[in-house]
Design a protein. Structure first.
Length: 438
Protein backbone atom coordinates (compact mmCIF):
# COMPACT_ATOMS: atom_id res chain seq x y z
CA UNK A 1 0.00 0.00 0.00
CA UNK A 2 1.28 3.47 -0.86
CA UNK A 3 2.18 5.47 2.18
CA UNK A 4 0.11 8.60 2.79
CA UNK A 5 2.07 11.71 1.85
CA UNK A 6 3.57 13.65 4.75
CA UNK A 7 1.27 16.64 4.44
CA UNK A 8 -1.81 14.40 4.57
CA UNK A 9 -0.44 12.66 7.64
CA UNK A 10 0.12 16.03 9.31
CA UNK A 11 -3.35 17.26 8.32
CA UNK A 12 -4.85 14.11 9.78
CA UNK A 13 -2.93 14.68 13.01
CA UNK A 14 -4.15 18.29 13.13
CA UNK A 15 -7.79 17.37 12.54
CA UNK A 16 -7.71 14.63 15.18
CA UNK A 17 -6.07 17.09 17.60
CA UNK A 18 -8.90 19.59 17.09
CA UNK A 19 -11.62 16.94 17.55
CA UNK A 20 -9.86 15.52 20.61
CA UNK A 21 -9.49 19.03 22.07
CA UNK A 22 -13.23 19.70 21.66
CA UNK A 23 -14.23 16.34 23.15
CA UNK A 24 -11.92 16.75 26.10
CA UNK A 25 -13.22 20.23 27.01
CA UNK A 26 -16.56 18.67 27.90
CA UNK A 27 -14.99 16.57 30.69
CA UNK A 28 -14.22 18.16 34.00
CA UNK A 29 -10.44 18.05 34.33
CA UNK A 30 -10.06 17.55 30.55
CA UNK A 31 -8.16 20.81 30.13
CA UNK A 32 -5.66 19.86 32.85
CA UNK A 33 -5.27 16.42 31.29
CA UNK A 34 -4.28 18.01 27.97
CA UNK A 35 -1.88 20.51 29.47
CA UNK A 36 -0.24 17.89 31.73
CA UNK A 37 -0.11 14.88 29.42
CA UNK A 38 -0.62 15.94 25.81
CA UNK A 39 0.86 19.42 25.40
CA UNK A 40 4.42 18.34 26.40
CA UNK A 41 4.59 16.19 23.24
CA UNK A 42 4.16 19.37 21.17
CA UNK A 43 6.70 21.26 23.26
CA UNK A 44 9.29 18.51 22.81
CA UNK A 45 8.76 18.63 19.04
CA UNK A 46 9.19 22.42 18.91
CA UNK A 47 12.32 22.11 21.07
CA UNK A 48 13.73 19.49 18.68
CA UNK A 49 13.20 21.78 15.69
CA UNK A 50 14.73 24.75 17.49
CA UNK A 51 17.62 22.55 18.60
CA UNK A 52 18.76 21.96 15.04
CA UNK A 53 18.00 25.44 13.65
CA UNK A 54 21.31 27.13 14.54
CA UNK A 55 23.63 24.24 13.50
CA UNK A 56 21.64 23.92 10.26
CA UNK A 57 21.96 27.63 9.43
CA UNK A 58 25.68 27.55 10.16
CA UNK A 59 26.45 24.36 8.24
CA UNK A 60 24.27 25.04 5.21
CA UNK A 61 25.29 28.68 4.83
CA UNK A 62 29.02 27.96 5.13
CA UNK A 63 28.61 25.12 2.64
CA UNK A 64 26.45 27.23 0.34
CA UNK A 65 28.87 30.14 0.21
CA UNK A 66 32.04 28.11 0.01
CA UNK A 67 30.55 26.20 -2.95
CA UNK A 68 30.06 29.45 -4.89
CA UNK A 69 32.34 29.74 -7.87
CA UNK A 70 32.19 33.49 -7.77
CA UNK A 71 31.59 35.83 -4.80
CA UNK A 72 29.82 38.45 -6.92
CA UNK A 73 26.99 35.92 -7.28
CA UNK A 74 26.45 36.17 -3.54
CA UNK A 75 26.16 39.96 -3.76
CA UNK A 76 23.54 39.42 -6.45
CA UNK A 77 21.59 36.97 -4.30
CA UNK A 78 21.78 39.37 -1.35
CA UNK A 79 20.43 42.41 -3.19
CA UNK A 80 17.66 40.48 -4.92
CA UNK A 81 16.57 38.87 -1.66
CA UNK A 82 16.34 42.13 0.29
CA UNK A 83 14.63 43.84 -2.67
CA UNK A 84 12.03 41.05 -2.96
CA UNK A 85 11.42 41.02 0.79
CA UNK A 86 10.73 44.76 0.88
CA UNK A 87 8.57 44.53 -2.25
CA UNK A 88 6.35 41.71 -0.92
CA UNK A 89 6.02 43.33 2.50
CA UNK A 90 4.83 46.61 0.96
CA UNK A 91 2.26 44.67 -1.10
CA UNK A 92 1.10 42.85 2.05
CA UNK A 93 0.63 46.08 4.05
CA UNK A 94 -1.20 47.71 1.13
CA UNK A 95 -3.53 44.70 0.79
CA UNK A 96 -4.26 44.89 4.54
CA UNK A 97 -4.89 48.65 4.48
CA UNK A 98 -7.06 48.42 1.36
CA UNK A 99 -9.27 45.70 2.86
CA UNK A 100 -9.67 47.22 6.30
CA UNK A 101 -10.68 50.57 4.79
CA UNK A 102 -13.10 48.84 2.44
CA UNK A 103 -14.73 46.46 4.91
CA UNK A 104 -14.45 48.77 7.95
CA UNK A 105 -14.83 45.94 10.49
CA UNK A 106 -14.36 48.32 13.44
CA UNK A 107 -17.15 50.73 12.54
CA UNK A 108 -20.12 48.60 13.47
CA UNK A 109 -18.64 47.14 16.65
CA UNK A 110 -21.30 47.73 19.35
CA UNK A 111 -20.23 49.70 22.44
CA UNK A 112 -21.38 46.79 24.63
CA UNK A 113 -18.88 44.45 22.90
CA UNK A 114 -16.10 47.01 23.31
CA UNK A 115 -16.92 47.32 27.02
CA UNK A 116 -16.98 43.53 27.38
CA UNK A 117 -13.55 43.08 25.76
CA UNK A 118 -12.07 45.93 27.71
CA UNK A 119 -13.32 44.65 31.06
CA UNK A 120 -12.16 41.09 30.25
CA UNK A 121 -8.69 41.83 28.95
CA UNK A 122 -7.39 45.30 29.91
CA UNK A 123 -5.76 44.05 33.11
CA UNK A 124 -4.37 40.96 31.41
CA UNK A 125 -0.69 40.62 32.34
CA UNK A 126 0.16 39.42 28.82
CA UNK A 127 -1.09 42.70 27.34
CA UNK A 128 0.90 44.86 29.76
CA UNK A 129 3.92 42.60 29.07
CA UNK A 130 3.61 43.24 25.33
CA UNK A 131 3.34 47.00 25.83
CA UNK A 132 6.44 47.16 28.02
CA UNK A 133 8.36 44.89 25.62
CA UNK A 134 7.47 47.27 22.77
CA UNK A 135 8.68 50.29 24.77
CA UNK A 136 11.90 48.50 25.55
CA UNK A 137 12.46 47.82 21.80
CA UNK A 138 11.62 51.41 20.92
CA UNK A 139 14.28 52.81 23.21
CA UNK A 140 17.10 51.45 21.03
CA UNK A 141 18.90 53.84 18.66
CA UNK A 142 18.44 53.81 14.87
CA UNK A 143 21.66 51.91 14.14
CA UNK A 144 21.39 49.49 17.04
CA UNK A 145 19.73 47.02 14.68
CA UNK A 146 22.87 46.92 12.50
CA UNK A 147 25.22 46.87 15.50
CA UNK A 148 23.27 43.91 16.89
CA UNK A 149 23.94 41.86 13.75
CA UNK A 150 27.66 41.74 14.54
CA UNK A 151 28.25 39.43 17.51
CA UNK A 152 31.15 39.88 19.90
CA UNK A 153 31.12 36.22 20.81
CA UNK A 154 30.00 33.57 18.36
CA UNK A 155 29.44 30.96 21.05
CA UNK A 156 27.14 33.31 22.94
CA UNK A 157 25.29 34.05 19.67
CA UNK A 158 24.94 30.37 18.88
CA UNK A 159 23.52 29.66 22.30
CA UNK A 160 20.53 31.93 21.68
CA UNK A 161 17.90 31.16 19.05
CA UNK A 162 16.97 34.84 19.02
CA UNK A 163 20.40 35.73 17.59
CA UNK A 164 19.90 34.13 14.20
CA UNK A 165 21.10 37.17 12.27
CA UNK A 166 24.38 37.11 14.24
CA UNK A 167 24.94 33.47 13.33
CA UNK A 168 24.11 34.27 9.69
CA UNK A 169 26.67 37.09 9.76
CA UNK A 170 29.38 34.81 11.16
CA UNK A 171 28.56 32.02 8.68
CA UNK A 172 28.79 34.43 5.73
CA UNK A 173 32.16 35.74 6.95
CA UNK A 174 33.44 32.20 7.47
CA UNK A 175 32.17 31.04 4.05
CA UNK A 176 33.72 33.99 2.21
CA UNK A 177 37.08 33.60 3.97
CA UNK A 178 37.08 29.89 3.14
CA UNK A 179 36.91 30.94 -0.50
CA UNK A 180 39.82 33.31 0.00
CA UNK A 181 42.33 30.80 1.40
CA UNK A 182 44.04 28.08 -0.61
CA UNK A 183 41.91 25.13 -1.67
CA UNK A 184 44.13 22.68 0.12
CA UNK A 185 43.76 24.49 3.47
CA UNK A 186 40.03 25.06 2.99
CA UNK A 187 39.20 21.46 2.14
CA UNK A 188 39.00 19.88 5.63
CA UNK A 189 36.65 22.56 6.94
CA UNK A 190 34.50 22.38 3.81
CA UNK A 191 34.20 18.62 4.17
CA UNK A 192 33.30 19.06 7.83
CA UNK A 193 30.48 21.55 7.16
CA UNK A 194 29.27 19.53 4.22
CA UNK A 195 28.94 16.44 6.37
CA UNK A 196 27.35 18.40 9.26
CA UNK A 197 24.82 19.79 6.80
CA UNK A 198 23.88 16.31 5.55
CA UNK A 199 23.52 14.95 9.07
CA UNK A 200 21.27 17.79 10.15
CA UNK A 201 19.08 17.51 7.08
CA UNK A 202 18.70 13.83 7.98
CA UNK A 203 17.74 14.90 11.52
CA UNK A 204 14.95 17.01 9.99
CA UNK A 205 13.63 13.86 8.26
CA UNK A 206 13.82 11.85 11.46
CA UNK A 207 12.12 14.56 13.56
CA UNK A 208 9.40 14.94 10.91
CA UNK A 209 8.44 11.27 11.43
CA UNK A 210 6.89 12.43 14.71
CA UNK A 211 5.19 15.50 13.19
CA UNK A 212 1.66 14.00 12.89
CA UNK A 213 1.66 13.18 16.63
CA UNK A 214 3.19 16.52 17.58
CA UNK A 215 0.64 18.58 15.66
CA UNK A 216 -2.11 16.50 17.30
CA UNK A 217 -0.78 17.61 20.69
CA UNK A 218 -0.22 21.22 19.62
CA UNK A 219 -3.72 21.66 18.20
CA UNK A 220 -5.47 19.85 21.05
CA UNK A 221 -3.74 22.31 23.38
CA UNK A 222 -4.74 25.31 21.25
CA UNK A 223 -8.38 24.17 21.37
CA UNK A 224 -8.49 23.63 25.13
CA UNK A 225 -6.82 26.98 25.82
CA UNK A 226 -9.02 28.93 23.37
CA UNK A 227 -11.22 31.74 24.54
CA UNK A 228 -14.94 31.62 24.81
CA UNK A 229 -16.32 31.15 21.25
CA UNK A 230 -18.93 33.83 21.87
CA UNK A 231 -16.22 36.50 21.98
CA UNK A 232 -14.69 35.11 18.80
CA UNK A 233 -18.03 35.54 17.00
CA UNK A 234 -18.18 39.19 17.93
CA UNK A 235 -14.85 39.77 16.25
CA UNK A 236 -15.89 37.83 13.18
CA UNK A 237 -15.60 40.70 10.69
CA UNK A 238 -12.17 41.69 11.92
CA UNK A 239 -11.00 38.05 11.80
CA UNK A 240 -12.42 37.58 8.32
CA UNK A 241 -10.73 40.77 7.07
CA UNK A 242 -7.33 39.50 8.24
CA UNK A 243 -7.93 36.02 6.81
CA UNK A 244 -9.13 37.37 3.47
CA UNK A 245 -6.01 39.56 3.27
CA UNK A 246 -3.78 36.58 4.04
CA UNK A 247 -5.48 34.48 1.35
CA UNK A 248 -5.02 37.31 -1.18
CA UNK A 249 -1.36 37.50 -0.21
CA UNK A 250 -0.86 33.80 -0.92
CA UNK A 251 -2.52 34.36 -4.31
CA UNK A 252 -0.06 37.22 -4.99
CA UNK A 253 2.88 34.94 -4.14
CA UNK A 254 1.66 32.19 -6.42
CA UNK A 255 1.19 34.67 -9.22
CA UNK A 256 4.73 36.01 -8.77
CA UNK A 257 6.00 32.43 -8.63
CA UNK A 258 4.21 31.51 -11.85
CA UNK A 259 5.33 34.65 -13.71
CA UNK A 260 8.99 34.27 -12.76
CA UNK A 261 9.49 30.50 -12.68
CA UNK A 262 6.53 29.17 -14.75
CA UNK A 263 5.96 26.61 -11.95
CA UNK A 264 2.38 25.66 -11.26
CA UNK A 265 1.01 26.50 -7.78
CA UNK A 266 -0.55 23.00 -7.73
CA UNK A 267 2.84 21.35 -7.78
CA UNK A 268 4.55 23.97 -5.58
CA UNK A 269 2.10 24.02 -2.64
CA UNK A 270 2.22 20.25 -1.84
CA UNK A 271 6.02 20.50 -1.74
CA UNK A 272 6.07 23.17 0.94
CA UNK A 273 2.80 22.09 2.64
CA UNK A 274 4.49 20.31 5.58
CA UNK A 275 6.29 23.59 6.44
CA UNK A 276 3.05 25.56 6.12
CA UNK A 277 1.17 23.13 8.34
CA UNK A 278 3.89 23.28 10.96
CA UNK A 279 3.87 27.08 10.81
CA UNK A 280 0.14 26.92 11.52
CA UNK A 281 0.53 24.45 14.38
CA UNK A 282 3.53 26.11 16.07
CA UNK A 283 2.88 29.82 15.28
CA UNK A 284 6.60 30.24 14.92
CA UNK A 285 8.53 30.73 11.68
CA UNK A 286 11.78 30.20 13.59
CA UNK A 287 10.73 26.74 14.80
CA UNK A 288 9.52 25.88 11.29
CA UNK A 289 12.76 27.05 9.64
CA UNK A 290 14.59 23.68 9.48
CA UNK A 291 11.58 22.13 7.72
CA UNK A 292 11.20 25.09 5.35
CA UNK A 293 14.89 24.77 4.43
CA UNK A 294 14.62 21.05 3.83
CA UNK A 295 11.44 21.35 1.71
CA UNK A 296 12.66 24.27 -0.37
CA UNK A 297 16.10 22.86 -1.13
CA UNK A 298 15.30 19.14 -1.46
CA UNK A 299 11.73 19.16 -2.81
CA UNK A 300 11.30 22.46 -4.67
CA UNK A 301 14.86 22.29 -6.01
CA UNK A 302 16.30 25.65 -4.93
CA UNK A 303 20.08 25.29 -4.74
CA UNK A 304 21.44 25.43 -1.18
CA UNK A 305 23.67 28.33 -2.25
CA UNK A 306 20.43 30.36 -2.33
CA UNK A 307 18.09 28.72 0.18
CA UNK A 308 20.68 28.61 2.98
CA UNK A 309 20.85 32.43 2.89
CA UNK A 310 17.37 33.51 1.78
CA UNK A 311 15.36 31.37 4.21
CA UNK A 312 17.06 32.10 7.56
CA UNK A 313 17.21 35.80 6.68
CA UNK A 314 13.54 35.64 5.68
CA UNK A 315 12.52 33.94 8.92
CA UNK A 316 14.00 36.87 10.82
CA UNK A 317 13.20 39.89 8.68
CA UNK A 318 10.43 38.99 6.23
CA UNK A 319 7.02 38.73 7.84
CA UNK A 320 4.38 39.64 5.33
CA UNK A 321 1.55 37.98 7.22
CA UNK A 322 2.53 39.85 10.37
CA UNK A 323 2.74 43.23 8.63
CA UNK A 324 -0.62 42.73 6.89
CA UNK A 325 -2.11 41.87 10.29
CA UNK A 326 -0.57 44.96 11.88
CA UNK A 327 -2.10 47.21 9.24
CA UNK A 328 -5.57 45.67 9.65
CA UNK A 329 -5.38 45.58 13.46
CA UNK A 330 -4.17 49.18 13.81
CA UNK A 331 -6.94 50.58 11.60
CA UNK A 332 -9.56 48.28 13.18
CA UNK A 333 -8.67 49.54 16.67
CA UNK A 334 -8.76 53.15 15.44
CA UNK A 335 -12.18 52.58 13.81
CA UNK A 336 -13.65 50.88 16.88
CA UNK A 337 -12.36 53.48 19.33
CA UNK A 338 -13.31 56.36 17.01
CA UNK A 339 -9.80 57.63 16.41
CA UNK A 340 -9.94 59.04 12.87
CA UNK A 341 -6.96 58.35 10.60
CA UNK A 342 -5.97 60.59 7.70
CA UNK A 343 -3.95 59.60 4.63
CA UNK A 344 -0.57 60.53 6.16
CA UNK A 345 -1.27 58.41 9.21
CA UNK A 346 -2.13 55.46 6.96
CA UNK A 347 1.13 56.03 5.08
CA UNK A 348 2.95 56.07 8.43
CA UNK A 349 1.41 52.63 9.06
CA UNK A 350 3.02 51.35 5.84
CA UNK A 351 6.51 52.47 6.89
CA UNK A 352 6.25 51.50 10.53
CA UNK A 353 4.73 48.10 9.76
CA UNK A 354 7.54 47.49 7.25
CA UNK A 355 10.19 48.26 9.86
CA UNK A 356 8.23 46.36 12.50
CA UNK A 357 8.16 43.24 10.35
CA UNK A 358 11.94 43.43 10.04
CA UNK A 359 12.29 43.86 13.78
CA UNK A 360 9.70 41.25 14.87
CA UNK A 361 10.98 38.06 16.41
CA UNK A 362 9.87 34.89 14.63
CA UNK A 363 8.02 33.57 17.68
CA UNK A 364 4.36 33.33 18.72
CA UNK A 365 2.73 36.63 19.54
CA UNK A 366 5.62 38.85 18.41
CA UNK A 367 3.38 40.68 15.94
CA UNK A 368 1.31 42.10 18.78
CA UNK A 369 4.37 43.68 20.39
CA UNK A 370 5.17 45.48 17.15
CA UNK A 371 1.54 46.54 16.81
CA UNK A 372 2.08 48.74 19.87
CA UNK A 373 4.87 50.56 18.00
CA UNK A 374 2.66 50.94 14.91
CA UNK A 375 -0.19 52.36 17.01
CA UNK A 376 2.11 54.82 18.74
CA UNK A 377 3.54 55.99 15.42
CA UNK A 378 0.10 57.21 14.35
CA UNK A 379 -0.33 59.16 17.56
CA UNK A 380 -2.67 56.70 19.28
CA UNK A 381 -2.90 57.85 22.94
CA UNK A 382 -0.59 55.70 25.04
CA UNK A 383 -3.03 55.51 27.94
CA UNK A 384 -5.50 53.74 25.61
CA UNK A 385 -3.03 51.19 24.19
CA UNK A 386 -4.14 48.50 26.63
CA UNK A 387 -7.76 49.13 25.63
CA UNK A 388 -6.85 48.81 21.93
CA UNK A 389 -4.96 45.56 22.43
CA UNK A 390 -7.78 44.22 24.63
CA UNK A 391 -10.11 44.53 21.64
CA UNK A 392 -8.15 42.09 19.50
CA UNK A 393 -6.53 39.90 22.15
CA UNK A 394 -9.13 37.12 22.04
CA UNK A 395 -8.41 36.27 18.42
CA UNK A 396 -4.67 36.89 18.42
CA UNK A 397 -3.67 33.23 18.72
CA UNK A 398 -5.73 31.87 15.79
CA UNK A 399 -4.67 34.83 13.64
CA UNK A 400 -1.05 34.30 14.69
CA UNK A 401 -1.30 30.73 13.39
CA UNK A 402 -2.63 31.96 10.03
CA UNK A 403 -0.17 34.84 9.59
CA UNK A 404 2.78 32.55 10.38
CA UNK A 405 1.72 30.35 7.41
CA UNK A 406 1.93 33.42 5.17
CA UNK A 407 5.31 34.43 6.66
CA UNK A 408 6.74 31.00 5.82
CA UNK A 409 5.09 30.82 2.37
CA UNK A 410 6.53 34.25 1.50
CA UNK A 411 10.06 33.12 2.41
CA UNK A 412 9.71 29.94 0.34
CA UNK A 413 8.41 31.80 -2.72
CA UNK A 414 11.10 34.48 -2.54
CA UNK A 415 13.79 31.77 -2.25
CA UNK A 416 12.41 30.07 -5.37
CA UNK A 417 12.13 33.31 -7.33
CA UNK A 418 15.65 34.45 -6.35
CA UNK A 419 16.97 30.96 -7.16
CA UNK A 420 15.44 31.15 -10.62
CA UNK A 421 16.73 34.67 -11.24
CA UNK A 422 20.35 33.69 -10.55
CA UNK A 423 20.13 30.38 -12.42
CA UNK A 424 20.14 28.23 -9.28
CA UNK A 425 16.71 26.64 -9.43
CA UNK A 426 16.92 22.92 -10.20
CA UNK A 427 14.02 20.73 -11.36
CA UNK A 428 11.64 19.65 -8.58
CA UNK A 429 12.28 16.39 -6.73
CA UNK A 430 10.08 14.12 -8.92
CA UNK A 431 11.95 15.16 -12.07
CA UNK A 432 15.34 14.71 -10.41
CA UNK A 433 14.37 11.22 -9.21
CA UNK A 434 13.11 10.23 -12.67
CA UNK A 435 16.46 11.25 -14.14
CA UNK A 436 18.41 9.18 -11.62
CA UNK A 437 16.41 6.01 -12.15
CA UNK A 438 16.03 6.15 -15.89
N1 LIG B 1 4.32 34.16 15.00
C1 LIG B 1 4.84 34.90 13.91
C2 LIG B 1 6.04 34.18 13.32
O1 LIG B 1 6.75 33.51 14.01
C3 LIG B 1 5.19 36.31 14.29
C4 LIG B 1 3.91 37.06 14.64
O2 LIG B 1 3.24 37.49 13.72
O3 LIG B 1 3.56 37.17 15.82
O4 LIG B 1 6.29 34.26 12.15
Amino acid sequence: MRKLELHWQILLGMASGVVFGYLVTSWSGGKDFVSDWVAPVGTIFINLLKLIAIPLILASLVKGISDLKDISKFKNIGFRTIGMYIFTTIIAISVGLGLVNLIEPGKGLPQATINQMVSTYTDNSEISGKISEAHHQKESGPLDFVVDIVPDNIFAAMSDNGSMLQVIFFAILLGICLLLISEEKAKPLKIFFDSLNEVILKMVDVIMLTAPFAVFALLANVVVSADNPEILEKLLFYTLTVILGLILMVAVYLLILYIVTKRSPFSFIPKIAPAQLLAFSTSSSAATLPVTMERVSEHVGVDEEVSSFVLPVGATINMDGTSLYQAVAAVFIAQALKFPLDFTQQLTIVFTALLASIGSAAVPGAGMVMLVIVLESIGFPSDRLAVGLALIFAVDRPLDMCRTVVNVTGDAVVATVVGKSVGLLHPPIEKRLKKTYR
